[in-house]
Design a protein around this ligand. Structure first.
Ligand code: SF4
Length: 213
């Protein structure tokens, strides 16, 4: 991608979504880790409703282990995939206590050793809880990046690497939010609003779609 176009895309996204933050409510790295695990195939709004009830009493590995897997399933059942998520959260709490002194680790490698934690979750925690530059590639980031032309990869790891190359490091964490919000508000999976999109004249997919109308 030509640098001038890339810079224009990044500047446009920043002007549109510069104030947007992580959609999950959290007060500690542990809370964000749990909220992000719960957010798989679930909306941030729903997760926030669940964690608002859960975290006042259960926001440490010890407290969640005391609650137990069955108790946790009941607390998180409206997030979907409750059995799998509860199992992973219990195993993660166990590992945090046995390997990391009950503290959420600050490296990608360590975070990836936690059950139920993939690159997306790990990068969300690194960037939002620890201010460590990272780009978490979720479904919105994957789709929007490829449509715009910021990435061409066929899997999340390839897209993550391309975005890290195409976006200045000091904007990685924010760019993740910009792409998510653009995907939610404008570049939706079905029927993206190319006609009204601020990137319509420079987006690869947008130019194709606009020409075809
Ligand atoms: S022009 Fe269309 S495809 Fe491109 S980012 Fe905008 S909405 Fe998405």
């Amino acid at each position: 991608m030509i640098k001038r176009i890339r810079d224009e895309i990044i500047a446009t996204l920043e002007s549109l979504y510069g104030q947007e933050k992580c959609g999950l409510d959290f007060g500690t790295p542990f809370e964000l880790l749990i909220a992000t695990i719960l957010s798989a195939q679930c909306t941030d709004v729903r997760v926030n409703i669940v964690t608002k009830e859960l975290f006042p009493d259960y926001n440490t590995p010890e407290a969640i282990l005391m609650l137990g897997e069955k108790g946790l399933v009941q607390k998180i059942k409206t997030c979907g995939l409750a059995n799998t998520k509860a199992k992973n959260i219990i195993l993660t709490c166990d590992r945090l206590l046995s390997e990391y002194g009950g503290v959420v680790p600050k490296t990608l490698g360590d975070l990836l050793t936690l059950p139920g934690v993939g690159r997306k979750t790990a990068n969300v925690v690194l960037s939002n809880a620890f201010d460590i530059p990272a780009i978490a590639v979720d479904t919105h980031v994957f789709r929007v990046s490829k449509r715009i032309g910021l990435a061409k990869g066929n899997n999340v790891l390839e897209v993550e690497k391309e975005l890290m190359k195409n976006i200045p490091e000091n904007k990685w964490s924010q760019a993740h939010h910009w792409l998510i919000w653009h995907g939610r508000k404008c570049c939706t999976a079905r029927n993206p609003k190319c006609v009204n999109c601020a990137l319509g004249s420079i987006c690869i997919e947008g130019k194709k779609r606009l020409k075809a109308t």
